[in-house]
Each structure stands twice: as structure tokens, then as C-alpha cells.
Ligand binder design. Sequence first.
Ligand code: NDP
Length: 256
Amino acid sequence: MYREKYDLTGKTAFVTGGGRGIGLASAMALAECGAKPIIADRDPAVLDEGLTALRRLYPAAEGIELDVTQSDAVTAAADRFNQAGGVDILVANAGISWPDTPGEEMGDDVWLKMIDINLNGCYWSCRAFGRHMLARGAGSIVTVGSMSGVISNKPQRQVHYNAAKAAVHHMTRSLAGEWADRGVRVNCVAPTYVDTAMSGRGLRTPELSKIWMENTPAHRAVTAEEIASVILFLASDAASALMGSIVLADVGYTIW
Ligand code: NDP
């Protein structure tokens, strides 16, 4: 009974920012449970590398070059894959977290770029794929928020990132409320520090790292695969009771 809930055979999953990191790990997890994965990323080289790895597990995996800030292109991708059989699972994962910048010094361009990718891109994706899911009366969307959407994480100086991720959390809850009685679930995973290319950028100094680990009850980061497990659960029927949930995957960081 429970094993069946994780069986995604016959389903298709679309993952934005899926060329590497959490996105690629999620595509792998979903594929391992039977879903056909389609990964989207903006850099063709990253996309190719991810697709090559994914095809070792699921030869029919597909990839598409896509910048989630381009709403027309996101809509076109959703329409294309809908015509090709439909998308059952969306992981709206694409995002950036850098540059870290003190709030009083941030330029308009830095603020706007963060909001454009992390909030607008996430919404364009949910809207475009959600429309088709609503038309079919079935679908599961997982957004990728952040622990930084819950706490301000002061040492890192990321007011733009924190604000964008908090908005992703509330967008998730709002869409979940609108779509709950129409067969489409929308949930969010909110990770702490995950050891990926993204977290290796910006001001990840040894001092910052030390503060982070001291403030974490488990004194460790999490892996992309651990986040993928949460995404897999949320995407699957095992999470049928979850609608608008923000699942903290923070190895305890927000407890203290
Ligand atoms: P990675 O940088 O490893 O992977 C993210 C991928 O998304 C990259 O290939 C990136 O490409 C791509 N991407 C960025 N912008 C766009 C865009 N406009 N359109 C399409 N693709 C894009 O990061 P992670 O795997 O660590 O992060 C994935 C998600 O998890 C993000 O939303 C992030 O905010 C969230 N997260 C990450 C945490 C961490 O500590 N790593 C903690 C909490 C949340 P490019 O290299 O060109 O930018």
C-alpha cells in the first residue's frame, strides 16, 4: 500500500534548474521511482552534463534549454510537453543565492535579478505547468524555498534572497489554497545549507562556515540527495495530505 504511493511509473516530471545540484538529484530520485524526467537549465553545457548522467539511469530522459525568467519561453515549454503527453510533477527549483550584499549597499540590479529568478521564475513555472495540471485535474508541484525564507540568517547579508524565498513560501501556500480542490497539490521544501555549486559561490568564507555549523544543532550541512528525498516524498502520493506545506529540511538550524 505504501510502496505504491512512491511508484511514479507512467508519470512525467519536469525539473527547472535540473542540470546539477538539488535539481539534478531530484530528477534522479524521481526517475529511480519510475517517472520520466525532463530537466531544464539555462546553460547548455550544464544541461548536457546533467542529461548525460540522468540518461544512465533513465535513457528516455529529456532536456530543454530554458531560462525561467522568460515567461513566454516557460509557457511554451509547458505547452510543448503538455502536447507530448503531459507533465504530472513540476519541481520549481531554479534559483541563485548570490552575491551576498549588506542591505544598505544593495544596488537595484542585484535586488531585481534575485527577485526575477527566484520569485518570478518560480511563479512563471508554477503558473504555466499548473494550468495544464488543473485542466487534467491532477498534478503535484514542489517549489524550492529556503530556511532563509523563515529566518533572516543575519551573518550572510542576503536580504534579497531571504525576501524572495519568503515570497516563494507564501506563493506556494496561496496557490495550494486555490488549487487544493482541483486535484493539484503545491508544497515547498525549505533547505538549510546544501553542499552544491551554488553554496560554493559568494561569501562562503571559513568564518561564515564556522558560524553556520556552530548554529546548527546537527553541526553539518545537508546533501542534495537528502533534499531530493523530501522532494520525492512531496511529489508522490505518499504526501497526499500535504497542501501548502513548507517542509523545513534544515538539520535543526531554526530550532535555536
Ligand atoms: P545550483 O547552482 O547547484 O543549481 C541551480 C541550477 O539552476 C544551476 O544550474 C543554475 O544555473 C540554474 N539556474 C539559475 N538561474 C536560472 C534561470 N534563470 N533559469 C534556469 N535555470 C537557472 O544550486 P542548488 O542546487 O544549490 O540550488 C537549487 C535551489 O535550491 C535554488 O532555488 C536555491 O535557492 C535552493 N536552495 C539552495 C541551498 C543551498 O545551500 N545550496 C539552500 C536553500 C535553498 P547557473 O549556474 O547558470 O546559475
